[in-house]
Design a protein around this ligand. Sequence first.
Ligand SMILES: [Zn+2]
Length: 84
Amino acid sequence: MTEDANNLSCAEFQARLPELIGSGENLAADPHLRSCELCRALLADLMTIAEAARQLFPIVEPPDRLWEQIESAIRNEEGGSGPR
Ligand SMILES: [Zn+2]
C-alpha cells in the first residue's frame, strides 16, 4: 500500500468519513477523495451500506449508533482476510 505523504493517510481520512458524511459536506470536493481511488470506492460502499441500513434499521437511532453498526458490518464483510 502506498501513502501520499502530502495528504491525509487513508486511515485518517476514513476516521473522519462518518463526520464528513454526517455534516453533509460536499465530499466530492474533498482533496483526499479526489486523489484517492481507494477511499472513493470505500465511500461508495459506505453510501450503499448506509442506504441499506436505513431500510434494515428503520428505528430512528443516534447517528453514532448507526455508524457503529455500519462499521461492524464492514468488518464482518471483510473478514480480516487480505488488506485492501
Ligand atoms: Zn484514501
